[in-house]
Design a protein around this ligand. Structure first.
Ligand SMILES: [Zn+2]
Length: 132
């Protein structure tokens, strides 16, 4: 993630928010409509505890702005903010809308093993809605 710079689009997602310290990408995988990832930009950081108070404040405000856009675009019942990074230890936050018909509301989103893709036309429409 450090080496990729700040691309508008990758094989995994397309950016809808370019912040001061982060980029938010709508994901192309078919995990959940509106599923997005906010990536910390700048120096390499693996844990949020490595951020200064000012950096942490900026990062979280931008994550929340991504969340607000997802709320406006998709009207989920709830948003989940997951900080994992076990397989990719560069600070990023999964922002995952939860909808009323949720198969397992008490669980973190069950990421399927199959790497299905979101419908391309739907993806582009959703991206435009998030870019506002
Ligand atoms: Zn890094």
């Amino acid at each position: 993630m450090c080496a990729q710079g700040r691309p508008d689009e990758t094989e995994h997602g397309a950016r809808f928010l370019e912040g001061e310290v982060s980029d938010a990408y709508l994901q192309k995988s078919n995990v959940q409509r509106g599923y997005s990832v906010v990536v910390w930009r700048g120096r390499h950081v693996a844990e949020p505890t490595e951020l200064s108070p000012d950096e942490a404040s900026r990062y979280w405000l931008e994550v929340l702005e991504a969340g607000r856009r997802i709320e406006r675009a998709f009207e989920p019942v709830k948003l989940n903010y997951d900080l994992l990074g076990n397989s990719l230890p560069h600070l990023h936050t999964h922002v995952i809308p939860r909808y009323a018909r949720d198969p397992k509301p008490g669980w973190p989103f069950p990421f399927p093993d199959d790497d299905g893709r979101a419908d391309e036309r739907q993806f582009r429409r959703d991206l435009e809605a998030l870019r506002g």
